[in-house]
Design a protein. Structure first.
Lengths: 359, 281
């Protein structure tokens, strides 16, 4: 597998505060990687060190194995789509897209051809002569995209490019971006604070918190096997519960939660751990009227019910006093609906109880 | 009732519009009179004897004769001097003002506020003081009075106007714009030329027009800093008016008023364009 970008122990300090702290990251050629984290976590700084707008305080940035740590942005084969799009207001769509090729002194005929195909790729044909002010938000976004890909960069950096669009447009652009990336085969590094966006589009996600990568993995691993409480809470919802280990077997362990609830887990326990934290996704809590087969069944009362459209959010209280949040599909009244005040049986599958570290 | 406006309000509106009219009359009647008298057939400036283009013809003849080197005209020469001085002042002011505005916007340094304030002092300081202080300065450094000293003096109070216009335009600038240019392969210099200069152009032009007008009209500072061969038109006109009111004066003034008004209108129109295109892009 080819390596496209390599960050080696990269640190960036801004007058006293550390924005990025000793980050190691290897980005593979042709992958769609997302840097996900809350605002101020350092993800944009990380991106700007790849584009060349920031120089690391320590560490090296390699592009295709070549050290580019101190190369200015105009000498790197990477292009960026800016959050504000940063279209040149005095230039037409055509001129905006041709700018990068003009700077690289590409010949007239080739330039026209490449601009035309870039315009076609982002479906902007017929808009060539318009100025940015005459375009809608979505169209500006496409111009910014075309302006970057027309240069055929080795890496395309996208800094929260969809955050200014309304929800519907954002969804369709997510799909379009992903398709474009597959078609072009260019490495995409996408920065966002929107977990759903990250889960939908990425081959791999790097969850970033306080200048460090908390977890790196594909969407499935990040969602189903979060390693820290931060990852569990930032991506989706999670019940984070204290537990103590009561029994250990080869591939299983039994843990006791607050209120005396004992559960069987299948995940490998941290070595020598006595007190652990477990994360349980609310939608993994099965709710039934009757007790079913197997273990990990317990009774609880529905304390509260919150209608959320496709799902109902329930607050459960076990007899031992443990509070748990659960998500159930919003079923029609012909089935067996559950309501606040009902006594129900809850079930958890072994695999859905995940051990996490506190950050 | 014919009108929805209460009668009390109608009276107030009437008084207000009447007052506005009086103010405009007070402001513009002298200018209108001057323009009217430039078409007066009489040699005496304040007696109306009928309509004529005679003075415009005379001015035109002086102009063509001077250009054809037939008869030297001090008046036309001073006009030429004024244009040369104003053009040079404008060019230098644009360079200084644009660079200055850019640097003050781009870089943060401890003396920033002080410097920003100091730059506006030449705009508000009484001209007589500017004139005297510049004269003392030129004498101290033993600089011979002439075109150079007049141009330097004019630049000191003209370039802040360019700077202010450029700064105002930069205030609405998307900071990513320059980065986008560099990201696409432009060196910092190319990014400035291809992206910043076009973006700043409306501000630069409006500042330049302002500089040109100010320099053309300037009397007091020029009076102190001119040399024997750098007489400007305002100085010449002032000299002529001291001797007596000459109908030719009205004619030149009218030409001047029309020229200045056109430049100011252009500047204002461009400022409007600048404001509109500064809306999020």
């Amino acid at each position: 597998m080819d390596v496209m970008v390599e960050l080696k122990r990269v640190t960036k300090r801004f007058s006293g505060t550390t924005a990025v702290n000793e980050v190691d990251l290897t980005i593979r050629a042709g992958e769609f990687i997302t840097l996900l984290g809350p605002s101020g976590c350092g993800k944009t700084t990380l991106l700007r060190m790849i584009s060349g707008f920031e120089t690391p305080s320590e560490g090296t940035v390699l592009l295709e194995g070549k050290d580019v740590t101190y190369e200015p942005p105009y000498r790197r084969d990477v292009n960026q789509v800016f959050q504000s799009y940063a279209l040149f207001p005095h230039m037409t769509v055509q001129e905006n897209i041709a700018f990068g090729l003009k700077m690289k002194k590409v010949g007239r005929a080739e330039m026209d051809e490449r601009v035309r195909s870039a315009i076609a790729m982002v479906s902007l044909a017929g808009m060539e002569a318009r100025k940015p002010t005459q375009l809608s938000g979505g169209q500006r976004q496409r111009v910014a995209l075309a302006r970057a890909i027309v240069c055929r960069p080795k890496v395309l950096l996208l800094d929260e490019p969809l955050s200014a669009l309304d929800a519907k447009l954002r969804h369709s652009m997510q799909v379009e971006l992903k398709q474009l990336q597959k078609k072009l085969g260019i490495t995409f590094v996408f920065v966002t604070h929107d977990q759903e966006e990250a889960l939908t589009m990425s081959d791999r996600i790097a969850v970033i918190n306080k200048g460090k990568i908390e977890q790196l993995g594909d969407a499935d691993a990040i969602y189903h096997r979060p390693k820290t409480t931060f990852v569990a809470n930032f991506i989706g919802q999670a019940n984070i519960l204290h537990a103590s280990v009561v029994a250990r077997e080869a591939r299983q362990a039994r843990v006791e939660l607050e209120g005396g609830l004992t559960l069987t887990t299948s995940e490998e326990l941290p070595e020598g751990a006595e007190r652990v934290l477990v994360s349980i996704r609310p939608e993994k809590v099965w709710i039934e009227k009757e007790r079913g087969e197997g273990d990990n069944w317990f009774e609880a009362t529905i304390e509260d019910e919150l209608f959320q459209g496709p799902t109902d959010q329930l607050r459960l209280k076990t007899d031992g006093g443990l509070t748990l949040s659960a998500l159930v599909a919003n079923e029609s009244s012909r089935r067996t609906p559950v309501h606040a005040g009902d006594r129900v049986w809850c079930h958890l599958h072994h695999d859905d109880i995940v051990f996490v570290h506190e950050d | 009732m014919r009108s929805r406006t209460p009668s009390g309000m109608r009276l107030v509106n009437l008084l207000l519009s009447g007052w506005t009219g009086l103010v405009f009359l007070f402001l513009y009647l002298p200018i209108v009179l001057l323009v009217v008298y430039s078409f007066n057939a009489s040699r005496l400036a304040i007696v109306w004897e009928g309509f004529t283009f005679r003075w415009y013809e005379q001015l035109w003849h002086e102009f063509t004769a001077h250009l054809a080197d037939e008869r030297r005209s001090a008046l036309i020469e001073s006009m030429g001097n004024s244009v040369i001085i104003a053009a040079a002042t404008t060019g230098l002011s644009v360079l200084l003002g644009t660079a200055g505005g850019w640097l003050l916007h781009r870089y943060r340094f401890p003396a920033l506020r002080t410097i920003s304030t100091l730059i506006f002092i030449p705009m508000i300081i009484p001209e007589i003081i500017m004139g005297i202080s510049l004269l003392i300065f030129f004498k101290t450094v033993e600089m011979e009075l002439g075109f150079a000293t007049v141009i330097i003096s004019h630049v000191t109070f003209c370039f802040p106007f360019v700077l202010v216009a450029v700064q105002a335009r930069l205030a609405g600038l998307d900071p990513s714009l320059e980065e986008a240019a560099m990201d696409l392969g432009a060196t910092p210099l190319k990014a400035f030329w291809h992206v910043m200069v076009p973006y700043l152009l409306p501000a630069i032009i409006s500042g330049a027009l302002m500089s040109f007008t100010l320099s053309m009209d300037e009397l007091i500072v020029t009076y102190f800093t001119r040399g024997p061969k750098s007489e400007t038109l305002p100085i010449k006109v002032y000299g002529m008016a001291k001797v007596g009111l000459n109908p030719l004066l009205n004619t030149i003034s009218t030409v001047f008023i029309v020229g200045t008004a056109m430049l100011v209108i252009c500047a204002e129109l461009l400022k409007g364009t600048a404001r509109r295109s500064r809306e999020p892009g």
